[in-house]
Design a protein around this ligand. Structure first.
Ligand code: ADP
Length: 407
């Protein structure tokens, strides 16, 4: 009863039964639904182990005991109509059989049984010993099961705790990054505003340059605020209901999304290639959110590309909907980070990656928006070999379907 591991406990039971009953063949079957599974045995031939490995409750001698909760004793199995494999028992010369239920409260957990080659008439006393043994075994098995459940729960709780701690760490990192990301463009705007106030530039061209930088920096701040607003919107319980679904043209969405990114691409001397088909790519969705999907993916592709690289955005009709691909030839992502890059706040901490800035919510937002549209997003990438993000969206919006997962 002190043994808590089922794998240790069950063979001890069959071994002990053989010792106590003076037998050499003992089987312990445990019930799983309507099936009896051979959980432990001692002394049985492999062919019989296979044959008795799985039986139905109600069928066979053991199945009868499991169904009725009554012991069953027979001096010669060959004359037993309920025997499942009488010819096998005969071939291996088995004759007598004593089987008792493993009972815990009102539940019949399985059976405990001994087989003998000699014809043996089990006395009432022997049957009582076997039944008492089965009661003890049932308590021990039930304790071991409880222990296993408790251990599994503990593992779950430990895992949840670990995830919470990790999320908290990421959240703190996110707060630091977000503050930094806000501060940088605001500092630029303030610096240029002071410059304009104290010593206005002499030429029109210089003034335009200053203004351009200020506008771009303001755009960055607005973009970040928008992202934060979108995150809180899609995380709202009623996000699905608040979607503004309309008939959209994916090619227009792509064009509108990447326009503001052209300047950043040009600064890095990147070629930003658009591959859009001639025919219409109509889908139902929330235009504002889908623009964010394309923008985040292309923004990342630009951000994580090296000077002079190439970013390609492709759209096409796929078998079951529309497909959008954003490909870059940039720094790529190491395999150990790939499963996590869509997690909230997750950022790959590489030198170049960090220098590229960011807050770790972009891909999370992409995944959640795509999920709200019952689509899927996947990535293929390798360090130094660039990345390919693929989004698949159904043409028709179906709110009631279960959300697709990230591949
Ligand atoms: P971030 O604001 O840090 O860009 P994202 O959620 O958009 O956050 O991306 C998560 C991480 O995935 C990034 O920190 C970056 O390391 C990696 N990543 C995303 N897109 C790319 C890409 N196109 N190439 C390389 N790494 C990428």
């Amino acid at each position: 009863v002190e043994r808590l591991e089922l794998d240790d406990l069950l063979p001890i039971i069959t071994r002990s039964v053989n010792r106590v009953m003076g037998t050499v063949n003992c089987l312990l079957l445990l019930r799983q639904g309507s099936t009896l599974l051979l959980a432990a045995q001692e002394g049985l031939e492999p062919e019989l182990v296979k044959a008795f490995g799985e039986m139905e409750v109600g069928e066979s001698l053991s199945g009868w005991v499991a169904e009725h909760g009554q012991p069953l004793v027979t001096a010669d199995m060959r004359s037993e109509a309920r025997a499942r494999f009488p010819e096998l028992a005969d071939r291996y010369n088995y004759r007598s059989f004593l089987c008792v239920p493993l009972r815990h409260g009102s539940e019949i957990m399985g059976t405990l049984e001994v087989l003998t080659r000699e014809v043996r008439h089990f006395t009432l006393e022997e049957q009582a010993v076997m039944a008492a043994f089965a009661d003890q075994a049932a308590v021990a098995i039930s304790n071991a099961r409880l222990y296993e459940q408790a251990r599994a729960h503990l593992l779950q709780v430990t895992e949840s705790n670990r995830r919470l701690e990790e999320l908290d760490r990421l959240r703190q990192q996110y707060l630091r990054n977000v503050s930094h990301e806000f501060r940088t463009p605001l500092t630029v705007i303030k610096g240029y505003a002071e410059y304009l106030r104290d010593s206005p530039p002499a030429s029109e061209a210089a003034l335009r340059d200053v203004m351009r930088v200020m506008v771009e920096s303001s755009d960055r701040v607005i973009d970040m605020v928008d992202t934060l607003l979108e995150v809180s919107r899609i995380e709202h319980d009623s996000a699905q209901q608040s979607l503004q679904i309309a008939r959209l043209e994916l090619r227009d969405i792509v064009q509108a999304s990447i326009e503001p990114l052209r300047a950043a691409a040009e600064r890095k001397r990147l070629s930003l290639e658009l591959d859009l088909p001639e025919q219409a790519l109509v889908l139902e969705g929330d235009g504002g959110l889908l623009v964010q999907v394309v923008r985040k993916l292309v923004d990342n592709a630009v951000k994580y590309s090296l000077e002079g690289g190439r970013v390609a955005v492709r759209c096409r009709r796929a078998d079951d909907g529309l497909q959008l691909e954003v490909e870059d030839a940039g720094i790529g992502i190491a395999p150990e980070h790939l499963p996590r890059i869509f997690d909230k706040f997750y950022m790959v901490d590489g030198g170049i990656a960090r220098r590229a800035g960011g807050t770790g919510v972009g891909l999370y937002l992409v995944r959640e928006i795509v999920r709200l549209h019952r689509g899927s997003v996947s990535v293929r990438s390798a360090p130094g070999a660039g990345s390919l993000f693929e989004v698949r969206l159904p043409c028709q919006y179906r709110p009631s379907e279960p959300a697709a997962t990230v591949a």
